[in-house]
Design a protein around this ligand. Structure first.
Ligand SMILES: N[C@@H](CCC(=O)NCCCC(=O)O)C(=O)O
Length: 253
């Protein structure tokens, strides 16, 4: 009979985090990986152990990463996903691309989902989740969504921009509660057609999709906002990371 050792803090699951990448910094001859501190802080605060994953175009390396983590956090960034990834061609308003980042994150996300490893997509990461699961994007909300509100807030991103309605009976509702949640907003694109098996778990008052999930996986959740920036201003947002880390803890044997 094994005796549970009382008082031990729960084990921190390894969480892989995708960094941003900038090639042409005026102050350096070298390219940079960059990760906003709140992503790592939110993982630590929720009980995870963050690991930044430098890009690789080798599937063996992607698999090696996945062998060593229990959850995948795909972060956001000021770039768009090539519309060819969801069967379209670029339309007016589509923004800049980061092809090496999207290729790496796509391979990681596909590999994690194949293992039924918990995946959390934030902002652009949510959009990638919908595309990987067979959905499409509005290439520019302002041009393609009649009556849409402003989704690229000009004020402090730790402050909310608009409410979302969290749908009852969803993973997200379990994490942060159903009904209204105030969120920030830093995007010009949005999920358009949901992939097969993708459920909308939150919507903005103007109809823009603000969170998705796929019940075919243990934990595949994407949120269009940045909960990691609002942990001090709308504290319930930490629930997104807590739910993710708990599933990651359960995932690793
Ligand atoms: N293609 C998306 C990207 C949205 C996103 O991830 N924004 C984050 C900006 C803040 C940062 O630089 O991390 C879109 O614009 O809709």
């Amino acid at each position: 009979m094994t005796h549970k050792i009382h008082g031990q803090p729960p084990r921190r699951p390894n969480i892989g985090i995708t960094p941003d990448y900038s090639a042409n910094r005026p102050d350096s001859a070298f390219a940079y990986y960059e990760l906003k501190v709140p992503y790592a802080d939110a993982v630590l605060r929720a009980g995870g152990l963050p690991f930044v994953l430098p890009y690789s175009d080798e599937l063996a390396c992607v698999d090696a990463y996945l062998d060593r983590i229990s959850g995948l956090l795909v972060t956001g960034g000021a770039f768009d996903i090539p519309p060819e990834a969801y069967g379209e061609t670029a339309r007016e308003g589509m923004g800049p691309l980061k092809l090496s980042r999207t290729a790496f994150e796509t391979a990681l996300m596909r590999g994690a989902l194949k293992r039924n490893m918990p995946v959390l997509g934030i902002c652009g990461g949510m959009q990638l989740l919908n595309v990987v699961l067979g959905g499409t994007l509005h290439q520019d909300i302002g041009r393609e969504v009649p009556g849409a509100h402003e989704h690229e807030q000009k004020h402090d991103r730790t402050q909310p921009q608009h409410p979302v309605d969290v749908k009852d009976g969803t993973l997200l509702a379990d994490a942060v509660g159903r009904g209204q949640l105030m969120v920030n907003s830093t995007h010009h694109q949005a999920a358009c057609r949901m992939g097969p098996q993708v459920v909308v778990s939150a919507v903005s008052p103007d109809g823009v999709v603000e969170a998705i999930e796929s019940p075919q996986y243990t934990f595949a959740l994407g949120v269009q906002w940045h909960p990691e920036l609002m942990i001090n201003t709308v504290p319930i947002n930490v629930g997104v990371y807590r739910a993710f880390i708990q599933k990651a803890r359960e995932h690793r044997r």
